[in-house]
Design a protein. Structure first.
Length: 260
């Protein structure tokens, strides 16, 4: 029963994407359309420009995920494997930034990106989404690296490996469960981000992501609810695919965190 309640909104969304706008409200909670209208998907993909929004989302999301994994893994490695003056203070500052709402930081991030000349570009959105604190990802890596035996690292040093070689050739491959978890979490965040991509692409509508592109279905006098529902279903497919592929790694990383 609980599963049915949980999955019903998604089923309703799929059903609405195959109906006429008037039928969506006339049928209420009924999921069966009178006659499936597949043209809603064609209209959402081509006529409204969702194909370009989709490509923008893929580029921005993958760029953000790569940046976050690289930064968080390096920072987590330092915090998890090395002791230095001010380490506890640094972790405390990171934890404080974890509770800052996105709306509080959007203005300085926008101003900084504008001064760099990257405001209306894919790179600017990637840096804006991926250059934050990323505290959760950093602490996940730090906890995992802390649990790895030091003998492994010392053996690599004896064999002549430097710090970067140890990190990229030994530590990072061992942390693949955490990398899978960070990939999923950051993918969801970047794919569904709205406020920052909206602000960063106000003067360049062609750079919009799928989340921002939903506003294309809202007109001055009416809203294309069927097209919006079809576009929402299309935007969910990559998220579902990524989670299906990486769900095993995600569960394994969570189980490892509980054991630690």
């Amino acid at each position: 029963m609980l599963c049915a309640v949980w999955i019903y909104p998604f089923l309703w969304l799929v059903s609405a994407s195959l109906k006429k706008p008037a039928e969506i409200f006339a049928k209420g909670l009924n999921l069966i359309p009178d006659s499936p209208i597949w043209e809603n998907y064609v209209r959402a993909w081509s006529e409204v420009g969702f194909s370009s929004y989709f490509l923008n989302s893929v580029l921005i999301t993958l760029g953000t995920v790569a940046l976050v994994i690289f930064r968080s893994a390096l920072a987590g490695y330092v915090l998890g494997r090395h002791d230095f003056i001010g380490k506890r203070l640094l972790i405390g500052i990171l934890l404080v930034t974890f509770f800052l709402p996105e709306g509080y930081t959007i203005i300085p991030i926008t101003q900084l990106t504008d001064r760099l000349g990257l405001l209306n570009s894919h790179l600017g959105v990637i840096l804006g989404l991926g250059a934050g604190g990323q505290v959760a990802a950093t602490l996940l890596y730090a906890g995992y690296f802390r649990a790895i035996p030091k003998d492994l690292e010392e053996a690599a040093r004896i064999d002549g490996a430097g710090p970067l070689t140890i990190f990229f050739r030994i530590m990072l491959p061992l942390a693949w469960p955490i990398t899978a978890t960070v990939f999923i979490l950051q993918f969801l965040y970047a794919w569904n981000a709205y406020l920052l991509p909206l602000v960063f692409t106000l003067s360049q509508p062609e750079l919009r992501t799928l989340a921002v592109g939903m506003t294309a279905f809202v007109g001055e006098h009416d809203t294309d609810w069927s097209g919006m529902a079809a576009a929402a279903v299309l935007s969910l497919l990559p998220v579902v695919a990524v989670f299906i592929v990486l769900q095993r790694r995600f569960v394994e990383s969570l189980a490892g965190a509980v054991k630690q």
